[in-house]
Design a protein around this ligand. Structure first.
Ligand code: KG4
Ligand code: ZN
Length: 343
């Protein structure tokens, strides 16, 4: 029998709902982004984000079911992002999911946001194990080993800023609008790699550190300004992006070698980055590694990835009762056991 998962995602500034069939087929997804509202503040304002979610939630759900021959009766279970994320934003999606689960008597499936990002890849092709999963987003930079569905083993992660956060902060010092990642990505196509920047945490571990690189760019810009020199923004964007791509690809390829896998999947907002995608495509081709990355629309936050992860969480037996609460900071690596044992 077909399994239809209704997914709900509201962890940051996107309110999204989606229906996914059998963990790999998208029926319909609605994503309502508040990017234009937050742009003028240079970043997401949590209080505004949660208030906008409240205003848009029922509209997003109405729109999702509009024109479909699927109703709530056909939905097998409801999957929702419970964390990590902005607490006020998370609470809105969570309350909607709990209400629907209660009213329609459906199982409630808690989904960790990063599990969602990882499973965006299953919408491209069925995930084959073992594999290395690289998650690069505004909040995470993780290299994860998976030997089966919903088995997440941490290999490495950032010790300070996430890579997307670093992109956004560097963009801000270059006076580029929020979110900075796509702006730097676009600008770097027009520049040359002329600025010398340190390759951060270039060591034997699989960890990352981006705060030093961020500070190096900020100091460079301030020093040049004090000397009355003009910064070439395109060149600096190129040098910064090349440095990021170099360290991320270097450590990820090393992890692939060490764990002896021939499959790499990448996801998260920064996985939309053209230079990073191209570099991995080249390296994986050269090393006979099968590489997949979701289309851009599944890289940034959306509920299709939550419903897809929700399907595998459902199969694995993850459930929650109505006491499920939003969690701002939560590890992916304790998540599965926590919700399996609460059955
Ligand atoms: O996954 P996501 O939508 O939200 C989080 O869960 O964090 O990721 C958002 C991040 C932002 O930092 C944004 O600047 C970055 O992804 N981003 C990019 C690109 N598109 C989005 N970074 C680099 N290049 C891009 N093309
Ligand atoms: Zn995200």
């Amino acid at each position: 029998m077909d399994v239809y998962i209704l997914g709900i995602e509201s962890s940051c500034d996107e309110m999204s709902a989606s229906i996914i069939k059998n963990g790999n087929t998208e029926i319909k997804t609605i994503v309502l982004s508040q990017m234009d509202i937050h742009k003028k503040y240079g970043g997401v304002v949590p209080e505004i984000a949660s208030r906008c979610h409240i205003e848009s939630a029922t509209m997003v759900l109405d729109e999702l079911f509009d024109g479909l021959n699927i109703t709530m009766d056909d939905i097998t279970a409801i999957a929702v992002t419970y964390g990590p994320g902005l607490i006020g934003s998370l609470l809105v999606g969570l309350q909607i999911a709990k209400t629907l689960a209660f009213v329609y008597n459906k199982p409630l499936i808690p989904v960790h946001h990063i599990a969602g990002h990882i499973y965006a890849n299953n919408l491209v092709e069925d995930m084959k194990f073992p594999l290395i999963s690289l998650v690069v987003s505004g909040g995470h930079t993780d290299i994860i080993y998976m030997k089966d569905h919903f088995e997440f083993e941490k290999i490495g992660g950032t010790l300070d800023d996430a890579v997307g956060e670093c992109y956004d902060k560097v963009a801000r010092v270059l006076d580029l609008p929020y979110p900075g990642g796509p702006q730097i990505d676009r600008l770097s196509k027009e520049g040359n790699d002329t600025y010398k920047l340190p390759l951060p945490l270039d060591d034997e571990t699989f960890n990352f550190s981006f705060s030093g690189l961020k500070s190096a760019v900020i100091n460079l810009v301030h020093n040049e300004e004090q000397r009355g020199n003009q910064i070439n923004k395109a060149d600096l964007a190129t040098s910064f992006q090349n440095t990021v791509v170099k360290i991320i690809t270097k450590k990820t390829m090393k992890a692939i070698e060490k764990y002896n896998v021939n499959k790499l999947i990448m996801s998260g907002g920064v996985a939309a980055n053209k230079a990073l995608r191209e570099k991995f495509e080249t390296l994986c081709n050269e090393n006979n590694i099968n590489f997949s990355v979701p289309p851009i629309k599944y890289c940034t936050d959306n509920a299709a990835m939550i419903a897809t992860a929700g399907y595998f969480a459902y199969i694995k037996g993850l459930r929650s009762d109505m006491s499920l609460n939003a969690i701002a900071v939560d590890s992916l690596y304790n998540y599965v056991n926590k919700y399996k044992s609460s059955n």
